[in-house]
Design a protein. Sequence first.
Length: 262
Amino acid sequence: MTRIAAGGTTSFKTGSNSPRNNQQNKPREKQHPDKPKPAPTPPIKKETTVQWLLRFLGISATPSAMKGEDDNLAGDLWLYDLTTQTSQRITRQGGYRSPIVLAGDAKLLALKGAQVVEIAIEGGEVKPRATIPGVVKLIGMNAADANQVLFLRAEGQRFWAGALSLNDRRIEARELNLNAEDDRRMLAHLRGWERVYDGGKSRVYTRTETKEGLAGAVEWRDVYLKREGPDPINVSNCDGVNCGQPSLSPNGRRVVYIKSAH
């Protein structure tokens, strides 16, 4: 091989048949610069339970913790129509809790023991949909899929947020990490019974009421609806009997709640 000094040249006799000349006269192969290596694909971050819940609920941040009420409240389902301003009793067997209004405004979903049951508003027909051991409450519908219902279940001091598919009864559940502040704040929000809609424009909640009776002061809880502008509306008027666990229908026209037997 002939080395060429910088700035210099090398010459051979024309027509020389020496192997050295033949080798030198061969066309030089093109040199290709090394192709840049593709950047490594960043690892996909696993979605946390709180992020999954925020996406499910259709909100961007965990709301402030809200004061809850007794999860053990159970009774019959009542429905208040905001258009006609009338109340309708849906069930008479008792033992129901944590109701929500399904899309279409024709059916309710509620808990009875560990069962998730569907109740027709007209006629009151009850249809079991699923059994979830340890279920605490129904939270609401998936913001992006009206066929999925969010629920909260507990086992001792451990809590899971889960999604129940009304189509195939498939359940996806994720445990909340109570050592993480975000998870604790989310749990406090999920356990509360004040529910906020339309970006805060509407909310349903309970309020303690009192009156004087023959044996002294009588105390109970009523259900209220608050919208922008008008004063809150007492939609339950339970008058001495505890009511609670309210939920607003997807179209904003009805409020479903529990009225206890005493």
